[in-house]
Write a protein that binds this ligand. Structure first.
Ligand code: PEP
Ligand code: MN
Length: 344
């Protein structure tokens, strides 16, 4: 249930409402807002009696039952957008945010060259997997901590934020030492032990949609992370599995405005895993800007032909630069429409 207080309710009034909520057997989960406080409560109790009792309190503007099974990530809980902020970078704010880099961290030369190049092209974060979820156990599994060290060196050299995948709850503390954004891959979207551990990791989380997951399931996974203490979540549409075989996955692009209507969390599109083909990445990226995504996460490699993973969908460095140039016109329109929406 969500309880919206009257503007400028006093501390005592807020405390009294919290106490009434607890009397009905609910737990206060989060309190938000400065001008107008919104209280989120979870648990099992007599909802109707509780809502009636709360609405009878003069300091309460409105008390509503949330029918969606997710609460804290829902638009009802927070009207404005969540802006995930990390050392100078904002995701979900006034700028279209692009993250780019190789599928896997392979060597110092590869990651440094990519980092410099994507930074010059306008990317704000460097992606690169050090722990890789591979379909075959015989495929390259990642450089692990050595890879994390290379990413951290690339951050030192370029100032780019680092986004890298975490596959297991056991690895969370190690990866949190190096990463700015902890990526949950599609295959782990419902790894609940991992989601719980990320609630306490103190880092932003990039949560990718599972390849067979619904939008509601994606939001429920985000809810896990918030319910365990971490509100800094970025969602990512990376394509879902359908009967189509011409592309690696089918990009559910309309998931972006659907998510924008249901949640305050920022949403990225991953045009690389969504298509599996580098030739399709620029067109899908333009579409992602047009449909209102908050940014992109793109695979880029200095020599995709030699990449140990996902070479076919990785852009060459100069292709990425060209794509970023071409996107400028589109992102200018994006900024206008975002400013208009904020003013409306
Ligand atoms: C990746 O980002 O390299 C990756 C493995 O992505 P996904 O989890 O979306 O397949
Ligand atoms: Mn990849």
């Amino acid at each position: 249930m969500i309880v919206s207080m009257k503007r400028y309710a006093t501390r005592e009034e807020i405390d009294a409402v919290c106490e009434r909520i607890r009397d009905f057997g609910y737990k206060i989960h989060a309190i938000e807002g400065e001008e107008r406080v919104v209280i989120g409560a979870v648990g099992v109790g007599d909802v109707t009696a509780c809502l009636e009792s709360l609405e009878a309190m003069p300091s309460v503007e409105k008390a509503v039952r949330i029918s969606a099974p997710y609460k804290f990530v829902s638009k009802e809980f927070r009207k404005g957008r969540t802006v995930v902020k990390l050392n100078g970078l904002e995701i979900g704010g006034d700028d279209f945010a692009v993250m780019a880099g190789p599928c896997s961290v392979e060597s110092e030369k590869q990651i440094m060259e990519t980092a410099e190049s994507v930074r010059r092209a306008g990317a704000k974060a460097l992606r690169g997997g050090a722990f890789k979820p591979r379909t075959s156990p015989y495929d390259f599994q990642g450089l692990e901590e050595d890879g994390l060290k290379l990413l951290s060196k690339a951050r030192q050299n370029t100032g780019l934020a680092i986004v890298t995948e975490v596959m297991s709850d056991r690895d969370v503390p190690l990866i949190a030492e190096y990463a700015d954004i902890m990526q949950v891959g599609a295959r782990n979207m419902q790894n609940f032990a991992l989601l719980k551990a990320l609630g306490k990791c103190g880092r932003a989380v990039l949560l990718k949609r599972g390849m067979s997951s619904t939008i509601k399931e994606l939001l429920m996974s985000a809810e896990y992370i918030v319910a365990h203490g971490n509100p800094n979540i970025i969602l990512c549409e990376r394509g879902i599995r359908t009967f189509e075989t011409e592309t690696r996955n089918t990009c559910d692009l309309v998931a972006v405005p659907v998510l924008n209507s249901l949640t305050h969390l920022p949403v990225l599109v991953d045009p690389s895993h969504a298509t599996g083909k580098r030739s399709l990445v620029p067109a899908l990226s333009r579409a992602a800007v047009a449909i209102g995504a908050d940014g992109l996460i793109v695979e880029v490699h200095p020599c995709p032909e030699k990449a140990v993973s996902d070479g076919a969908q990785s852009l060459h460095l100069d292709e990425f630069e060209r794509m970023m140039d071409e996107l400028k016109g589109y992102t200018a329109l994006w900024k206008n429409s975002r400013a208009q929406a904020a003013g409306a």
